[in-house]
Design a binder for this molecule. Structure first.
Ligand code: C2E
Ligand code: CA
Ligand code: CA
Length: 573
C-alpha cells in the first residue's frame, strides 16, 4: 500500500502542540487511527525530553509483538538497543525544532523513521516518532539493483558495472599517477561451437563453469565481468605493466584443465587481449575497445594466445574500419570493375579463355588490386555480395561481346571465395546469373583455390558437383600451395588444375621447381584433368611448359589483366 509520511501524519490527526483533545481516547479520528495502525507495518511513539517513552502504538510489526504497552515508561535506549546510536543523533536534531527523517535498524529490521517535535502531556518538550518497516522493500530494491548490474548466467558484474569500475580506476589514476591498472578481454575460443552443438543451456553452463574457474584467480580489488561469450577483467594496483601478462598467463593456466558443462568435459581455451590503462583515456569504453582490438588481433594470428595492445593496432583498426565503410559504399556506387587476363592454349597459341579479376576504382586511391581489399572483404563477409556481382558482371560481359559480334567467345573464368562456396544457394545464384544473360553453363569456368577445397573436401564436393551439373567447368586454383590429399583429388568433381605461379617465379635458380611443375602436369593428366600454368613471364617459361606438355598458360608474357575495352580488342584482333 503506498502510504507517504503526509498521509500518515494526517491519520495521526496532527494538531497544534498543547491541544487539549490530543489525549481523548473517545475521539473519532483516534479510533480510525487505531484501526489503520493495526494493519500497517508501523509503530508510533512519543517521548519526553529525557527520551523516555510516554506512549506507544504499534501495527503489524514483528519486533514489538504484543509488548507495546510494556514499553511505556522505559527509555528509548532500552527499546532500540543498537539502533539508539543513530536515533539519539536524530532526536538531538529534532530537539532544535525541525522534523527529522532517518533510517533506523531495530531488532534486525530496517525502518524509515520520522520525528516531529511534539510536547509531552505536561507541556514539556517532547517528540512524536513514526516508523515504517522497509526491510522487504529495501531488500527488493537491492535485488533489482543487483540484477541491473550483474549477469544472470554467471552472477558476475555486467558491462554497466564493469565500465563504472573502469571509470573509477581512470579517475583514480588521474588523481594519483602512480596508480597502474589495465584490462584483459578473454574470448572463449570455441563458445559458438559448444552453443551450436550442445545447445544454449550447455553454453550457459560452460560460461558459469568458466566464471567459477576464473574467480579464484582474482585479487579482491580486481573485477571480473561477463559480457556475451567474453569475460573482462579490470586489474588494479599493478606494480608494473608487465604484471598484466602474468595475470593473462594465470587465467590460461587455470583453464588448461577441462571444465564441465552439463556433464560434458569441455576444453575452454581463451584468447586474451590486454590493454594498459592510463589517465589519458577519457572514456572507459575506449580502454575496453583497445583490449578488444588486441584480442581480435591475437585471434586472427594465434588463437588461444594473448596479445598486448599498441598504438599501431589502433591505427590499423581504424584504417580497416574506414576501408570496410568505403568498400560497402563502393559496392553501392558501382566502383568495382572486372579486368580480364587471357588464358592461351600452349599448343595452338590461341586465346581460349579470360580470367576475370576484380579491381576497385577507388575515388581517391585509384585502381586497387585484390590484395588491397579482398582479405577484409573475406573477413567481413562483403565478399559474398561482391562475388555475386563478379558472377553477374562476367556473364553480362560475355553477352555484350556476343551481341557486339564476337564470333568465337572465350570461356569466362571467375574466382569463387570460400565464403561463397559455403553459402548453400551458390548453385542457384550461378544459375540465375547465367539465365539473366541467356548463357549456357559452358560459358563459365569457376576457380576455387586448393586450400578452400581441401579445408572441407567432403562438403565442397557436393557444391562443386552441383556446379558441374550446370555444365560449367571447375578449376582448382593455386594448385601446389595447399595440402591436397591425393585420395581427395581423385574424387573431386573438377576439370582443371591451375599450377600456382610461385612454381615458375625464380625457377632459374631452383631447378627442382621445374621438376615439381613437371610432376604436377603429369599428375593432372593422369587424373584426366586439363593443366594450366599461371605466371608465365618469360619465353623460357613458355618453352619449358610447352615441352612438359602443359595444356594452357596465363601470364604477363601474353598479357597482364586488361580492362573490358582492351580485352575486346584482343578478341577482335
Ligand atoms: P589468382 O586467381 O591466382 O589470379 C591470378 C593473379 O596473378 C592475378 O592477380 C594476376 O594479375 C596475377 N598474374 C597474372 N599473370 C602474372 C604473371 O605473369 N606474373 C605475376 N607475378 N602475376 C601474374 P590479381 O588480379 O592481383 O589477383 C590476385 C588474387 O585475388 C587472385 O589470384 C584471386 O585469388 C583473387 N581474386 C581476384 N579477383 C577475384 C574475384 O573476383 N573473386 C575472388 N574470390 N577472388 C579474386
Ligand atoms: Ca584465379
Ligand atoms: Ca591462381
Amino acid at each position: 500500500m503506498p502510504l507517504g509520511w503526509d498521509t500518515l501524519i494526517g491519520l495521526l490527526g496532527r494538531r497544534p502542540p498543547g491541544d487539549e483533545r490530543r489525549s481523548s481516547a473517545a475521539d473519532g479520528p483516534e479510533i480510525a487511527l487505531q484501526a489503520a495502525l493495526a494493519h500497517l507495518p508501523v509503530a508510533v511513539w512519543s517521548t519526553d525530553d529525557t527520551l523516555r517513552i510516554t506512549s506507544f502504538r504499534a501495527g503489524a510489526l514483528p519486533p514489538v509483538h504484543g509488548s507495546a504497552a510494556a514499553l511505556v515508561g522505559h527509555g528509548l535506549q532500552e527499546m532500540l538497543g543498537m539502533g539508539f546510536v543513530t536515533a539519539a543523533d536524530a532526536y538531538q536534531r529534532a530537539a532544535e525544532g525541525e522534523p527529522v527523517d532517518f533510517e533506523l535498524l531495530w531488532r534486525g529490521r530496517l525502518f524509515k523513521a520520522h520525528i516531529e517535535p511534539w510536547p509531552a502531556a505536561d507541556a514539556r518538550p517532547g517528540a512524536l516518532t513514526v516508523v515504517f518497516d522497509i526491510t522487504e522493500r529495501r531488500h527488493a530494491e537491492e535485488q533489482l539493483r543487483h540484477a541491473a548490474l550483474h549477469d544472470p548466467v554467471t552472477g558476475l558484474p555486467n558491462r554497466t558495472l564493469f565500465l563504472d569500475r573502469v571509470r573509477q580506476s581512470i579517475a583514480r589514476s588521474r588523481r594519483n599517477p602512480e596508480h597502474l591498472f589495465g584490462l584483459l578481454v578473454l574470448d572463449l575460443d570455441r563458445f559458438k561451437g559448444v552453443n551450436d552443438s550442445l545447445g544454449p543451456l550447455a553454453g550457459d553452463a560452460l560460461l558459469a563453469a568458466v566464471a567459477r574457474r576464473l574467480t579464484p584467480c582474482m585479487r579482491p580489488q580486481d573485477t571480473l565481468a561477463h559480457m556475451g561469450s567474453q569475460f573482462s577483467v579490470l586489474v588494479e594496483d599493478l606494480e608494473e605493466p608487465s604484471d598484466l601478462v602474468r595475470v593473462a598467463e594465470r587465467f590460461q593456466a587455470a583453464l588448461a584443465r577441462p571444465v564441465s558443462a552439463r556433464g560434458e568435459e569441455v576444453f575452454a581455451s581463451v584468447t586474451i587481449g590486454i590493454a594498459q590503462g592510463s589517465s589519458a583515456y577519457t572514456a572507459p569504453e575506449a580502454l575496453l575497445r583497445d583490449a578488444h582490438t588486441a584480442m581480435h588481433r591475437a585471434k586472427a594470428r594465434f588463437p588461444g594466445a594473448f596479445q598486448v595492445f599498441d598504438e599501431g593496432m589502433h591505427a590499423r583498426a581504424v584504417g580497416r574500419l574506414r576501408l570496410e565503410t568505403e568498400m560497402r559504399r563502393g559496392v553501392e556506387r558501382g566502383e568495382f570493375r572486372l579486368h580480364y587476363q587471357p588464358i592461351v592454349s600452349l599448343r595452338t597459341k590461341k586465346l581460349t579463355a579470360f580470367e576475370g579479376l576484380l579491381r576497385w576504382q577507388h575515388p581517391q586511391r585509384g585502381l586497387l588490386a585484390p590484395d588491397d581489399f579482398l582479405p577484409l572483404a573475406e573477413e567481413t563477409g562483403l565478399i559474398v555480395p561482391l562475388g555475386q556481382w563478379v558472377l553477374e558482371e562476367g556473364c553480362r560481359q560475355i553477352r555484350a561481346w556476343r551481341e557486339g559480334g564476337i564470333s568465337t567467345l572465350p570461356t569466362m573464368s571467375l574466382n569463387l571465395s570460400g565464403r561463397q562456396l559455403s553459402e548453400c544457394d551458390l548453385v542457384a545464384d550461378v544459375r540465375r546469373a547465367l539465365d539473366a544473360e541467356g548463357l549456357a553453363g559452358r560459358a563459365l569456368d569457376l576457380e576455387v583455390t586448393e586450400n578452400v577445397i581441401m579445408e572441407d573436401a567432403d562438403s565442397t564436393r557436393g557444391c562443386l558437383a552441383g556446379l558441374r551439373d550446370l555444365d560449367l567447368g571447375v578449376s582448382i586454383d593455386d594448385f601446389g600451395t595447399g595440402h591436397s590429399s591425393l585420395s581427395h583429388l581423385d574424387r573431386l568433381p573438377v576439370d582443371t588444375l591451375k599450377i600456382d605461379r610461385s612454381f615458375l617465379q625464380g625457377q632459374d635458380g631452383h631447378p627442382h621447381k621445374a621438376e615439381i611443375v613437371r610432376t604436377i602436369v603429369t599428375l593432372g593428366h593422369d587424373l584426366g584433368l586439363e593443366v594450366i600454368a599461371e605466371g608465365i613471364e618469360t619465353p623460357a617459361h613458355l618453352a619449358a611448359l610447352t615441352e612438359m606438355g602443359c595444356d594452357q598458360g596465363q601470364g604477363y608474357l601474353f598479357s597482364p589483366p586488361v580492362d573490358a575495352e582492351a580485352a575486346r580488342a584482343m578478341l577482335e584482333g
